[in-house]
Design a protein around this ligand. Structure first.
Ligand SMILES: *Cc1c(COP(=O)(O)O)cnc(C)c1O
Length: 390
């Protein structure tokens, strides 16, 4: 491994595998399922984890190692493991750390599939979850039980772009000796580093801002070395590993994360300010708008506001559907963090199966629109939103 430099942008580019004898400048792709040993003793020592030798690409591969080392450096973590998707990272992290009978305290506003994991699948192994709302950090301690092991949250949240105070959660986790896990996907490692505020583990869907061009799926968990070793042992035996090809793409994408996210944030702030003035828009939520209810917390824990803006369109469900039907340049798609701007209307699409009451519990009003602001020229994005608002 090359010497570890200090600053984010430098890690993104210089945290790179050692060169092979061919002297390549950029990291090559290691498409190999397994690796060879010098002799019986080398093989024994490798299986006994007495060296860093790669054994089999389900365990580790040079391309996934480069990606993991980069994100570990970016997040200020000790170790990590890369997964085939963000959900593989979420599931494997819980499956590795929790035992039957354990309990989770989670924010209610979490990614849809994470919510399904808590409500539909973990209960099969007798693991239950209690929930607090984004504005209810004061009740978190009252939800902790003798069998609680983990506190889980995302910030900013999807799709309402609420902000949770990571330092406050870190203090609660420390006081009660619980593992704090933060899904940092909406911020990316460039904008926010939860470990600084007391998180033990940080999860990313690398599919979003890390890839940044909507091409590959990936996930990663980084953090405390002891916890990561448990997650590694679980994962090397159960097989959720990221492919070397996707790791190579993602490590290359991270070289430009800082410059891309800077532009995403600049465009998003312009979009948010435009929406604030529009007569067909009621409420605009963007972490770095002064009107955001947790503006001060966002300023404390984030470098910039991120690329997702949510707003409330006047006229509810029908107005939301009409807005989507009038969009010309932006995409109607389920992804986010892409170079292409994406708009969604959660109450008529992703969350339409929930009752209105359940939607409101998760801060999803009938007129809520989520915009994942891309890298097109901001004037073209704003023109499209403007004509679609009518
Ligand atoms: C997309 C997403 C996930 C899941 O990631 P996949 O790569 O789609 O499996 C988890 N958490 C958040 C916040 C996400 O946006």
């Amino acid at each position: 491994m090359t010497k570890t430099p200090k600053r984010f942008e430098t890690h993104a580019i210089r945290q790179q595998l050692d060169r092979t004898p061919y002297g390549e400048h950029s990291t090559p792709l290691f498409l190999t399922s397994s690796f060879v040993f010098d002799d019986a003793e080398h093989m024994r020592a490798s299986f006994a984890e007495e060296n860093d030798q790669n054994i089999y690409s389900r365990f580790s591969n040079p391309n996934t190692t480069e990606l993991v080392d980069k994100v570990v450096a970016m997040e200020g973590a000790e170790a990590g493991y890369a997964f085939a998707s963000g959900m593989a990272a979420v599931f494997s992290t819980f499956a590795a750390l929790l035992d039957s009978g354990d309990h989770i305290v989670s924010c209610q506003s979490v990614f849809g599939s994470t919510h399904s994991l808590f409500t539909k699948f973990l209960p099969k192994w007798n693991i239950e979850t209690s929930y607090f709302k984004v504005n209810q950090l004061d009740i978190v301690e009252s939800l902790i039980q003798p069998n609680t092991k983990v506190i889980y949250a995302e910030s900013p949240t999807n799709p309402a772009v609420d902000i949770l105070d990571l330092e406050a959660l870190g203090n609660i986790a420390k006081k009660h000796n619980l593992i704090l896990i933060i899904d940092n996907c909406f911020a990316s490692p460039y904008l926010q580093n939860p470990i600084k505020f007391g998180a033990d583990l940080v999860i990313h869907s690398a599919t979003k801002l890390m890839d940044g061009q909507g091409r590959v799926l990936g996930g990663i968990t980084v953090g405390n070395a002891e916890l990561m070793h448990q997650i590694y042992l679980f994962s090397r035996n159960t097989g959720p590993a990221l492919s070397p090809f996707n790791a190579w793409i993602l490590s290359k994408s991270l070289e430009t994360l800082g410059v891309r996210v800077d532009r995403h944030c600049k465009n998003a702030l312009k979009v948010a300010k435009f929406l604030e003035k529009h007569p067909k828009v009621n409420v605009v939520k963007y972490p770095f708008l002064k009107s955001h209810p947790q503006y001060a917390v966002a300023k404390k824990q984030m470098r910039k506001g991120g690329n997702v803006v949510s707003f409330e369109i006047v006229g509810g469900i029908e107005a939301g559907r009409a807005f989507l039907n009038s969009i010309k340049l932006c995409s109607l798609s389920a992804n986010l963090g892409d170079s292409r701007t994406i708009v969604t209307h959660p109450s008529s699409t992703t969350h339409s199966k929930l009752s209105e009451n359940d939607r409101l519990e998760a801060s999803i009003t009938n007129g809520l629109i989520r915009v994942s602001v891309g890298l097109e020229h901001h004037k073209d994005i704003i023109n499209d939103l403007n004509q679609a608002l009518g």
